[in-house]
Design a protein around this ligand. Structure first.
Ligand code: SF4
Length: 101
């Protein structure tokens, strides 16, 4: 089992989640973060940390969102680990408003 970062992270990348994670399983690129399913211990601490509720437990993913499991797993192999918070992306607050948060 794992937790998964879904579409809402793209364009925000607030990265509050990475400081809540006890096992450093977040990876980052220029637009968003991903969770490494090999490292995640399913503690759930990152879910309330995300300002746009982008993180979901694997079993709570709707059917049309299941592809995010594969995207997170592959991206975790490709991008570096992030352990500290970064400034949000330009436009992140506007995107958060568009997402209803
Ligand atoms: Fe890290 Fe826990 Fe979130 Fe998994 S569920 S990514 S271990 S904070």
């Amino acid at each position: 089992m794992t937790h998964v970062v879904t579409e809402s992270c793209r364009g925000c990348r607030f990265t509050d989640c990475v400081t809540s994670c006890p096992v450093a399983c977040f990876h980052v690129n220029e637009v968003r973060v991903y969770i490494n399913p090999q490292v995640c211990i399913d503690c759930g601490a990152c879910i309330p940390a995300c300002p746009v509720r982008a993180i979901v437990e694997e079993f709570d993913l709707p059917e049309d969102q299941l592809h995010w499991m594969d995207i997170n797993a592959k991206a975790a192999e490709r991008y570096p680990v992030i352990r500290t918070k970064l400034p949000p992306l330009d436009g992140a607050d506007e995107r958060r408003r568009q997402l209803g948060f």
